[in-house]
Structure formats: C-alpha cells, structure tokens
Design a protein around this ligand. Structure first.
Ligand SMILES: Nc1ncnc2c1ncn2[C@@H]1O[C@H](COP(=O)(O)OP(=O)(O)OP(=O)(O)O)[C@@H](O)[C@H]1O
Ligand SMILES: [Mg+2]
Length: 253
C-alpha cells in the first residue's frame, strides 16, 4: 500500500514541483515504485519538470471521466523504470473534486510504494483538494520570511488532519554563514514541525546534472524512508578561513 504524500508549501514558486520530481527520482533510484500526480490543475508543470511533456496523451481528468484507464495516463520515466508521472489537465475550468481524485488514488495505491501529489500554490480549493487525497504532507519552504509566513498558514490548514514535515529549499550556505539569510535551524524552529530536509540553491536542479542537489535529495529520500533526520549541510563549507574565501569567490562569481 502506497504512502500518499502531498507536496505543498503555501507560497508559489518555492519548489514544490521540483521537490516532488526529484524526491520521486531519488526513491525510484532505490527501486521504489513511485507515482507523481500533478494536482496543479490549470497551471500544471510537473510534466515539464520531468521532461515528459511531449509524451502526454491522457491526463488525470481523462481518467476521472472514464476516457481511459489510469495506466494509460501514466508516463514512465526514461531513466527510472519504476517512476511514473500522471499529468493533469491544463484547462483550469475543468471541475473535478477531491472524491473523484481519491477514487483514482485508491485504485492505484496497491501498485506503488509512494504516491506524491504535487499541490498548487495557495491555501484555497486547489490546496484543499490535493491535501484531501494524501495521508502525509511535505511542506516546502524557502528561507525567506514571506515564505515562512505562508508556510505557517498552510500548516494551520493542515494541522489536525495530516502529519507535516518540512523541507527547506534554496538554502545558500554562503549567505547563512554571513548572517544574511535565515539559517535552516531558525526556519525549522519558527515553523515548529518535524524537519525532513535541507536543499541547497542549485542552478542545475532540473537539468539532470549530478551535483549538490543529488546528494541532498538522496538524503531527503532516506529521511522519508527511515524517519531519521539527517540534514544536508550547506553552511559548514562557508565557515572558517577557507569558507570566507569561498564566500568571497561566490559573491564575485
Ligand atoms: N534548490 C533550487 N535551486 C535553484 N532553483 C530552484 C531550486 N528549487 C526550485 N528552483 C527553481 O525555482 C522555480 C520554481 O520551482 P517550482 O516550479 O518547483 O516551484 P513550485 O513551488 O512548484 O511553483 P508553483 O507554485 O508555481 O507550482 C523553477 O524554475 C525551479 O527550477
Ligand atoms: Mg508547482
């Protein structure tokens, strides 16, 4: 039976889709069967992030309206054979409700270890619909006060129903070390929820380039699996004498 996890965050553009995609890749790399479902209906871009937009034939709305079977809407990842994407509809007007999506999810949950649900920004009907289909929530937040505040509002909507764990995305170790950015510790304590992971700012995060993001996502995936909380350290390399030098080089880059 799959773990059904909604990836949400309140604020737009904090990296929900990026986390969904890369966490799926990291878990599939460990041979887990993973389905990524795009519930950002109307502004969907999980297919683009996963580089499968040219392969979309059917989508979630086609499944709900019985134009195809769920498996016909799956798109298999080209690199990870146990990773599938179910795209959503690009027409915002399509009215589908949480019960219809839940029925699709419950038909699929025996076939996967993880079903990740990519949630739209905000805390309105699209958010509630996505959250209703999951048992757990990953809250993606960036180390900026505006994002922390929106994340806090999302937590208020989630509390009582869904266990929440927090991922801090786009952390710049150089700015944390120089005191110009909130540290992961500060963000976790402001939100007061279980810490799941820290991800560095990385220009190549969606380009299949092996780099700091891959190690950070691998750590995130094992935290999710084991329930441990080993955090990727973006800050220590920017501390001390050599750290100051690295900071200077980064600033001038
Ligand atoms: N760790 C990171 N380092 C650098 N860029 C990142 C990182 N995470 C996400 N991005 C970039 O930020 C942009 C927004 O990311 P993404 O689409 O995942 O956000 P989102 O929360 O899903 O947005 P929306 O609310 O619109 O659905 C993308 O261009 C993505 O490549
Ligand atoms: Mg998104």
């Amino acid at each position: 039976m799959a773990r059904k996890i909604v990836v949400t965050g309140g604020k737009g553009g904090v990296g929900k889709t990026t986390v969904c995609a890369n966490l799926g890749i990291a878990l599939a790399h460990k041979s887990k069967r993973v389905l990524l479902m795009d519930l950002d209906i109307g502004l969907n871009n999980l297919d683009v992030t996963m580089h499968v937009e040219d392969k979309v034939v059917f989508d979630l709305v086609d499944v709900i309206e019985n134009r195809c079977r769920p498996s016909q809407a799956f798109i298999q990842d080209s690199a990870e054979p146990t990773l599938y994407v179910m795209p959503s509809c690009h027409l915002a007007k399509r009215q589908i409700n949480a019960d219809q999506i839940k029925r699709v999810v419950s038909r699929l949950e025996d076939n996967f270890d993880y079903i990740f649900i990519d949630c739209p920004a905000g805390i309105d009907s699209g958010f509630r619909r996505a959250v209703a289909c999951a048992d757990e929530a990953i809250l993606v937040v960036t180390p900026h006060l505006s994002s922390v505040r929106d994340a806090d509002k999302a937590i208020a909507e989630l509390i009582g129903n869904t266990p929440v764990s927090v991922v801090i995305n786009r952390v710049r170790g150089d700015l944390v070390a120089s005191g110009e950015m909130l540290s992961p510790f500060e963000v976790f304590s402001l939100l007061g929820q279980t810490a799941l992971g820290v991800l560095p700012e990385n220009d190549y995060v969606n380009c299949n380039v092996r780099g700091s993001s891959v190690a950070a996502f691998d750590l995130l995936a094992s935290n999710l699996e084991t329930g441990k909380c080993e955090l990727y350290d973006c800050v220590t390399p920017y501390k001390g004498v050599f750290g100051r030098l690295r900071r200077k080089l980064k600033r001038n880059a």
